[in-house]
Design a protein around this ligand. Structure first.
Ligand SMILES: Nc1ncnc2c1ncn2[C@@H]1O[C@H](COP(=O)(O)OP(=O)(O)OP(=O)(O)O)[C@@H](O)[C@H]1O
Ligand SMILES: [Mg+2]
Length: 85
C-alpha cells in the first residue's frame, strides 16, 4: 500500500479484512496522503465520494480539512442529512 501509485489505486481498489483488521485505519492513511487533491486550493479539485456506513467519515474528513459542504465532496449515508443520499 505504501508504494501504491495513485494512478493504479484509482482504477480498482478493494480492501478486505476481518473485524478490527485495520481497514478503516488503512483508508484513513490513504486519504491523508490524497487529501490535498480534494481541497479547494488544488488547481482542479477532484471528486471524493465516500459511503459512510458507520458515521465515521465526516470527523475523519474534517481532520483533513475536507467537508461534505465542499462541492466536490460527497458523503453517501441515508442517515446523515449532510449526505447526498
Ligand atoms: N498496522 C497497524 N498496526 C497496529 N495497530 C493497528 C494497525 N492498523 C490498525 N490498528 C489498530 O487496530 C484497531 C482496529 O483498526 P480499524 O478500526 O482500522 O479496523 P477495521 O478493520 O476498520 O475494524 P471494523 O471491522 O470494526 O471496522 C485500532 O485500534 C487501530 O488503531
Ligand atoms: Mg472500520
Amino acid at each position: 500500500m505504501r508504494n501504491l501509485p495513485v494512478r493504479e489505486a484509482v482504477k480498482h481498489l478493494a480492501i478486505f479484512g476481518t473485524t478490527s483488521a485495520g481497514k478503516t485505519t488503512l483508508i484513513q492513511l490513504y486519504l491523508q496522503s490524497l487529501a490535498r487533491r480534494f481541497r479547494p486550493d488544488w488547481p482542479r479539485p477532484e471528486q471524493l465520494i465516500i459511503f459512510d456506513g458507520k458515521n465515521d467519515a465526516v470527523p475523519m474528513l474534517s481532520a483533513l480539512g475536507l467537508h461534505p459542504e465542499d462541492e466536490n465532496v460527497f458523503i453517501l449515508n441515508p442517515y446523515d442529512e449532510r449526505g447526498v443520499a
